[in-house]
Design a protein around this ligand. Sequence first.
Ligand code: ADP
Ligand code: MG
Length: 334
Amino acid sequence: MGEFDLIERYFWRRAGEGPHRAVIGNGDDCAVIAPTPGMQLAVSTDTLVEGRHFLSTVNPARLGHKALAVNLSDLAACGARPLAFTLALTLPRVDQDWLSDFSQGLLALADEHDCELIGGDTTAGPLAIGITVMGEVPAGHALLRSGAQAGDDIWVSGWPGEARLALEAFRGTLHPGLMPHTFDAVRMAMELPTPRVTLGQGLRGVATSAIDVSDGLLGDLGHILRRSRVGASLILDALPISAHLQERPSAEQLDCILAGGDDYELVFTSPPNQREAVRALEQQLGLLLTRIGRIEAEPGLRLWRGELDQWEGDPALKPVDNRWTSFDHFKGTP
Ligand code: ADP
Ligand code: MG
């Protein structure tokens, strides 16, 4: 099977199938798309490399899902609605079973979010998947990292930390190991993350800043703090600890939640007068949203034990040393 047969068989939709957002779609030199008047395009790229971002043994349908999910998560963090994506695929060989499963997982998530595959590139080499996703957002209303204000609440969606627990189980570093049912559940969090696309759009006009958690909650919150030129206090006792993480030693729980990464949950800030709006979104989406701290004018990140509404100066709050650093692909390399 040649390159073009492969592309056509697995990645192009037949004429008449599905929505056609591209004026000219796959098969031409460029895809040409018409943005909706009054909207801005939000564009983001993420690449997954074998051995670095996924294990060679991963189910290809799940890999297809995850490759698009991590990109949709960036659109979510900007409050954008998905429109279209391109796929740069590097394959060591043509394995039709693999391609069939991979494209099914990929295109199923694309359909779920009405996000059209409009083009790409296919080459031979070590397995890698690069996706560029495009979305739209009303002009001037994209959620940014730079909008957090002193006094804002800090929120996180869902149950961060499970993906890291699964990764450590695969690495064999957990003592005791995971129970089989726990392993199956957290493995889903790692291999089939849910991008918080509807939440992101719902946060437009509610949140002052947002980011998706790919490298760890503390590290990604740190990006908001630096870009917004503010600091923050987090209350560790307020963090959402999933039932699976609750089975684990408490130090491990914190490692996974604060520095785990690969969660694709959203961390966002919003003023206290938006708490009801955030709670309404939580109800509407059936997605846990947890207030975990607040933004402060003083730079830096402070961690506390205690109750969420007792802030600095209150002897009931105990400071905790920050021993967590976030993941960096090039840390330790020359
Ligand atoms: P060119 O040489 O003009 O860059 P290519 O040979 O790379 O074109 O690709 C031919 C067509 O197939 C283009 O429209 C391109 O967007 C599309 N395409 C290539 N690879 C993929 C892929 N993995 N998924 C979807 N479309 C693809
Ligand atoms: Mg090309």
